[in-house]
Design a protein around this ligand. Structure first.
Ligand code: AMP
Length: 212
């Protein structure tokens, strides 16, 4: 199974993708996490991408497309994958079709803009393994530490109010048109994102037709 999870920044894509990875037994690929790792490793990709992430805009399509192409050619992707944060533009979706990738479904998580700023300001991420948390809605067992690897939890540099607003503008202008793109192909599924993580998960599983 190959699926993509779309939705606004802070809408719960990463968290739901992690849960689905366990539930469906297919890998979770987050383009944002790959880019952040490249930035911290100071690779050429990271150096090219840093300014876009910092200002809340999108990394150029060709950079992200080649990154995804390389990632999905790995053996662990043979059984399928969950794309989190890709495609984020129509050209990216077209490029994926051009590579002969047939998605089984495009899941859109719907969250109103007003809820996003509050969600993102409480969001934390493991500095080591990038697992997502939220101080209120998805807290770690031990404060400030990752449940999975014990790494320190940090606030992402782009989760600050000014950048959040820019990311929302970018989302509406460049990513939202993908809803129509996938609707036309009969692949769009929609799930409402809720305050409680378990409610969102229930909506996601229902939208995907996974038995609960
Ligand atoms: P995310 O972790 O999905 O919220 O992504 C964080 C940031 O990484 C975004 O604001 C973009 O700057 C960049 N990014 C992630 N995925 C993509 C993509 N598919 N296309 C362009 N930029 C991306």
């Amino acid at each position: 199974m190959k699926l993509t999870i779309m939705g606004p920044p802070g809408g719960g894509k990463g968290t739901q993708a992690e849960l689905l990875e366990k539930r469906l037994g297919i890998v979770h690929i987050s383009t944002g996490a790959i880019i952040r790792k490249a930035i911290s490793d100071k690779t050429p990709l990271g150096l090219a991408a840093e300014k876009y992430i910092d200002e809340g805009s999108l990394v150029p399509d060709d950079v992200v497309i080649s990154m995804v192409k390389e990632r999905i050619s790995q053996p662990d992707c043979e059984a399928g994958y969950i794309l989190d944060g890709f495609p984020r533009t129509i050209p990216q979706a077209e490029a994926m079709e051009g590579m002969g990738i047939d998605l089984d479904c495009a899941l859109n998580i719907v969250v109103e803009d007003d809820a996003i700023v509050e969600r993102l300001s409480g969001r934390r991420e493991c500095a080591v393994c990038a697992a997502p948390y939220h101080v209120k809605y998805n807290p770690p067992k031990a404060e400030g530490k990752c449940d999975k690897c014990g790494g320190d939890l940090i606030t992402r540099a782009d989760d600050v109010p000014e950048t959040i607003r820019q990311r929302l503008r970018v989302y509406h202008a460049q990513t939202e048109p993908l809803k129509r793109f996938y609707e036309e192909r009969g692949l769009l599924r929609t799930a409402r994102g809720c305050e409680e993580l378990s409610d969102t998960t229930r909506n996601v599983l229902e939208a995907l037709g996974v038995r609960q």
